[in-house]
Design a binder for this molecule. Structure first.
Ligand code: ADP
Ligand code: MG
Length: 609
């Protein structure tokens, strides 16, 4: 009997493993920079060409490798960081699986140059598709340099799967920032296509955060600090007024390793309760020190989740330490028990000059004067039901004639209107009703129709804009004063890489460092809704990796949302809105997929009685 089972050759096994470890260029950056940290480097240079598709090079000044190790390091499960399974519980290094280099070498052309302090010469090794092609002595400073060229050269499908250079480089930057933030004791540089993107000198954590985020960050940081037997926490949160609509600057590190955690994130949000608006996200850089034995380190190489044995305890420590910090730095008025709360002024008002209160007095007021309104008041009272009277409505002195007219309803007349609503066959005579400014209730042939005004307006604006856009660029209005808004790095990429499209929509802008300066906006966007519109664009296309084709949809959707909000304030006649809604191609659903209208049949209505 022949056997069908075969052991896979190493290079294929490595390629398969590589699929898990190396998903895109940023994974290579992460692995190489982490190795450099593990090698005890104090200076790490990262050089990227074409978002890592052509070259990723990491040069460090760490301990280097011996001639033998320089060869062995490319083998699968080759690691110097773990000798027994027990070591898993006392790990202080980033790596331990011994998979990264074997994986990288199977899907790229790699050049390694390395030298240890004790050696006269360095070693140079070339590897391609897992095979060592060159192994010679070379001149090299102490430390290690890895060049990874033409990533996925032998897996075209993976190469095609890569996103635009802007997007891939953003991923690289993100990995780089995570490691750089965790290691302020190490100097880093990052170059992309011969341009310096980062040059980070050594220093403390605050300096590193400011160097990564930009100078303005310095005033935004509130330090946090807490030490217990189970966990030590230190780091910074951003003051509440710098909370953003998109998750941006949110970093957790445990023993200097970046991780993501919804549970702890909840604790941070909770500590900001009442200080930031709903749907805004606080920024934070939180470092946990935990005994490695109390962590599940056997995590997937590319996953950023980590399991903590004592997560509940850590949750409450985190919550209280942030609350305490916010209280101490006067940003949380109710939490600081040592200070007079009466002196607390919300942050946003702090630097404003005090405004004298204005007292409004009617100089003509004469309490003894008998006005004609008292007569009218009688009419009002007599027209009200006892229940309404009991609540005190209509018993004050309505001064304007509108009020009088409003209440002057003949009981007979009221009954008649109600009868007409349900039973009269000449139903067209009844108008639309507006409920709480949001819903329109209008009779239809079979009963009633309920329409969501906001969603209807969004649909109308969306289709109008789309129709315009398809035919020609949307008309732009020049702004008298440019509108400035700070962008996160991801947002900046979105604006830069979709410049042409956004211009067709009427957005004319410049970007300087992380400031977006708008000179022109679509003419339908009014001044008061510009901010809303930009926020909405950032939120919808922020970093979702939406397809190019979808971007137009999201941009129009954002414009439609902001335009609709203003349109709704200008009380449009419900009948006009309904008429326009029914001219739309789709009047059932809003552009974001929510139901616009529904009907209630007469039977359904009657069953309520
Ligand atoms: P791991 O980091 O999990 O051990 P890697 O495949 O990333 O596995 O690396 C294999 C080994 O190669 C490491 O354990 C280390 O001994 C060595 N090595 C890798 N990069 C460097 C470097 N920059 N400096 C010194 N040694 C390195
Ligand atoms: Mg490693």
């Amino acid at each position: 009997m022949s056997s069908r089972i075969k052991i896979l050759p190493d290079h294929i096994a490595n390629q398969i493993a590589a699929g898990e470890v190396i998903q895109r260029p940023c994974s290579v950056v992460k692995e190489l920079v982490e190795n450099a940290i593990d090698a005890g480097s104090s200076k790490i240079q990262v050089i990227i060409k074409d978002a890592g598709k052509t070259l990723i090079q990491v040069i460090d000044n760490g301990e280097g490798m011996s001639a033998t190790d320089a060869v062995t390091c490319f083998e699968r499960h080759a690691t110097s960081k773990l000798t027994s399974a027990d070591d898993l519980f006392s790990l202080v290094t980033k790596g331990f699986r011994g998979e990264a280099l074997a994986s990288i070498a199977s899907i790229a052309q790699v050049v390694l140059k390395t030298k240890q302090l004790s050696q006269e010469t360095g070693i140079e090794i070339h590897v391609e598709g897992s095979k060592i092609t060159t192994n010679t002595d070379c001149v090299s400073p102490v430390g290690t340099s890895f060049e990874v060229k033409n990533l996925f050269f032998n897996i075209p499908a993976r190469r095609n799967f890569l996103k635009s250079d802007a997007m891939e480089f953003r991923h690289i930057e993100e990995e780089f920032e995570r490691i750089a933030l965790a290691h302020p004791e190490c100097a880093f540089t990052l170059h992309h296509n011969n341009q310096e993107v980062y040059n980070l000198q050594t220093g403390n954590l605050r300096k590193r955060i400011v160097d990564v985020l930009g100078k303005s960050a310095n005033d935004k940081l509130v330090p946090i600090e807490e030490k217990t037997d189970i966990v030590s926490i230190h780091g910074y949160v951003l003051k509440p007024e710098f909370a953003r609509k998109t998750r941006g600057e949110q970093f957790f590190f445990v023993n200097n390793r970046f991780f993501k955690d919804n549970y702890f994130n909840h604790a941070v949000n909770k500590s900001f309760d009442g200080l930031i608006q709903p749907k805004y996200f606080p920024g934070y850089f939180v470092f946990f020190e935990v005994n490695p034995a109390k962590l599940d380190v056997n995590i997937h190489p590319t996953k950023t989740e980590i399991k903590f044995e004592e997560d509940k305890f850590i949750y409450s420590i985190l919550l209280s330490s942030i609350r305490q910090a916010l209280g101490k730095y006067n940003v949380s008025p109710t939490l600081d028990f040592e200070r007079e709360t009466a002196f607390d002024v919300p942050m946003a008002w702090r630097n404003q000059p005090a405004v004298e209160p204005v007292i409004k007095v009617n100089p003509d007021f004469n309490p003894f004067q008998n006005t004609t309104t008292s007569n009218a008041n009688k009419t009002v009272s007599s027209g009200l039901s006892p229940a309404i009277k009991a609540q005190g409505f209509g018993q004050t002195n309505p001064s304007s004639t509108d009020w009088q007219n409003f209440y002057k309803v003949d009981e007979q007349e009221e009954e008649l209107t109600q009868n007409q609503l349900i039973e009269s066959s000449s139903i067209d005579t009844v108008k639309e009703f507006l409920v709480k400014d949001r819903l329109i209730l209008t009779p239809s042939k079979s009963g009633f129709m309920l329409i969501d005004r906001k969603r209807a307006q969004e649909r109308i604006t969306y289709e109008e804009l789309m129709a315009q856009f398809v035919n020609s660029p949307i008309h732009s209005q020049q702004l008298l004063f440019p509108f400035d808004i700070e962008l996160s790095k991801n947002e900046k990429i979105v604006w830069e890489s979709n410049r042409n499209l956004l211009q067709r929509f009427g957005f004319h802008f410049e970007i300087q460092s992380n400031q977006l300066m708008l000179n022109g906006v679509p003419s339908c966007v009014q001044d008061e809704s510009i901010h809303l519109c930009i926020d909405s664009i950032n939120e919808t296309i922020g970093f979702k990796e939406v397809d190019k084709g979808e971007i137009a949809h999201f941009v129009v959707l954002s414009i439609a949302k902001s335009v609709s909000l203003i349109a709704l304030k200008n009380k449009i006649e419900p009948s006009y809105l309904i008429e326009r809604l029914f001219q739309c191609q789709d009047h059932q659903y809003s552009p974001s997929g929510k139901r616009i209208l529904n009907t209630l049949t007469l039977e359904e209505l009657k069953s309520k009685l």
